[in-house]
Design a protein around this ligand. Structure first.
Ligand code: ZN
Length: 505
């Protein structure tokens, strides 16, 4: 993708209603994006695909808990004390910067996790000054990145917008374990908004202050970190960027099959490896090419306060380089122990068949939804001569079928509207379009990734047949109107090749 294509894509995304900056008529606010009508539909399709894997496929339990969370919960989880970013303020103009970003921009150095003193030293030694006014910086300090508020009138009961959906799952552990009839491993998911009060977000949809997350928590007996379905993924190839290679400063990836990675202890256990493979399958399923996916092993200094091993799934993008889209963290018993201690509740699990009591360990595959959404747009956008096409996977396309009358006369519009209604009644996301020429309508449909377009012409009035056009090949076939919903559904599910769908034209 070239720079022009990139600009074109973002311009299209705004113009056609995928995404646009929030609060636009009031000048906007950094770190927030609205999903327009097409964007919402596509985002829901991504979430559906995720839910199909985790809830339908893996049988995880899904819950939905509040985004506003009382202080006690996030104190126990460590977020009140550790969910912080190192920040500096300009003494002259008051502009605030995330210390790691500032140092990276000015010196190219990655100081993530090195501590405030080290950052202070770099700022001083390199004479880094305020990019806005050239003023001097004050001391580096910890800024808590949670949005704080009060629950109820007054300010007695402090609450925060949740920084992750996971805590809602941990504090419901007892009820969930009973619901799962005491079986381990037990998987629970939650999909919803999470919040991070970024100091100065600048990377469009990559750094958001409010975002959608899809998190899964896998609870298991630490003495038995086996996955019952591991053989399904044992031969999946994974591209790992090992911590030792990052430290040595090389970008070399280690390609390994899941089974070998576990045997050699490159990945801690079967459960972790299973979810790396599942994550890769999800990313491939939404249209990310294999070569644009890697798993980065976090260094101890990069890991969150609760984690002892973390892998980040990253997608290569043209605009932002490698982007982290999923974090797979070994949270051990950190959360359950912390909440048991703080609440006084016993959060251990009694395993009936083994007649023993354990505190479960947890592996967490945590997905952002907004970032993959952007990555999918970027990886799907192509040009073919003058044709601009969003080659979305069919199940992600916000509109599945465009319906056009060849001409705006002779009863063709009426017939086309009838066809559109019939498709909608059959739960197909169809959209009628009669403006401009048919050629223009095809272009508009290609641009938003609509896989199929149906055209009603004069022959339709005679023999009740219509044409279907395929987005990727632009080939056309003619089919009978009464068979249309059934044929389109088969095509959308890739059950028949396009050439076999009807009479070729
Ligand atoms: Zn300044």
């Amino acid at each position: 993708m070239t720079k022009t294509q990139e600009t074109e894509l973002m311009e299209m995304a705004k113009r056609r209603g995928f995404i646009w900056p929030s609060f636009e008529i009031y000048g906007g606010a950094a770190g927030f994006y609205d999903f327009g009508p097409l964007g919402s539909a596509m985002k829901n399709n991504i979430i559906k695909k995720w839910r199909d894997i985790y809830v339908c496929g893996e049988g995880f339990l899904e819950i939905d808990s509040p985004t506003l969370t009382p202080h006690e919960v996030l104190k126990a989880s460590g977020h009140v004390d550790h969910f912080t970013d190192a920040m500096v303020e300009c003494k002259k103009c008051g502009s605030a910067f995330k210390a790691t970003d500032l140092i990276k921009d000015k010196t190219g150095q990655d100081v993530e996790g090195l501590g405030k003193e080290k950052m202070q030293e770099v700022i001083k030694q390199d004479g880094i000054r305020c990019p806005d006014c050239a003023g001097e910086f004050g001391e580096v300090f910890d800024f808590n990145a949670m949005f704080k508020t009060a629950i109820g009138p007054g300010s007695k009961r402090v609450g925060y917008l949740r920084p992750e959906t996971a805590q809602g799952i941990f504090i419901d552990f007892k009820r969930l374990f009973r619901h799962a009839r005491g079986k381990l491993p037990m998987g629970v998911v939650q999909i919803g908004k999470g919040y991070r009060n970024e100091i100065s977000p600048r990377q469009g949809m990559i750094r958001l202050r409010e975002f959608t997350m899809a998190e899964a928590e896998v609870f298991f007996d630490p003495e038995d970190p086996k996955h019952p379905k591991f053989s399904d993924v044992a031969h999946d190839h994974l591209n790992l960027w090992l911590s030792k290679d990052q430290i040595a400063g090389n970008e070399k990836l280690t390609e390994v099959v899941a089974e070998t990675a576990v045997d050699k202890k490159t990945i801690c256990n079967e459960i972790m490896a299973y979810y790396l493979a599942l994550t890769q399958r999800f990313l491939l399923g939404i249209g990310i090419p294999p070569a644009a996916i890697r798993f980065r092993e976090q260094n101890p200094r990069q890991r969150a306060h609760y984690s002892s091993e973390t892998w980040d799934a990253e997608i290569l993008t043209e605009r932002f380089g490698w982007v982290e889209v999923t974090g797979l963290a070994y949270r051990s018993d950190y959360d359950l122990v912390s909440h048991a201690k703080a609440s006084g509740e016993d959060l251990s699990a009694f395993i009936e068949e083994k007649k023993k009591k354990v505190v479960c360990h947890v592996i967490e595959p945590s997905y952002g939804i907004d970032r993959p959404f952007y990555c999918v747009l970027e990886h799907s956008y192509t040009t073919d001569g003058k044709r601009k096409i969003l080659k979305l996977k069919k199940d992600l396309a916000p509109v599945k079928v465009g319906v056009f009358p060849l001409l705006n006369k002779d009863g063709l519009p009426e017939k086309a509207i009838e066809v559109e209604k019939a498709l909608k009644a059959d739960c197909l996301a169809a959209e009628y379009d009669a403006s401009g020429t048919v050629g223009r309508r095809y272009s508009r449909a290609d641009e938003i990734g609509t896989p199929y377009c149906v055209t009603v012409d004069h022959q339709t009035l005679q023999d009740l047949t219509v044409t279907i056009r395929d987005r990727d090949s632009t080939k056309q076939v003619r089919v009978e109107v009464h068979e249309l919903p059934c044929i389109l559904k088969s095509l959308l599910r890739d059950e028949i090749p396009f050439e076999k769908a009807g009479k070729p034209i």
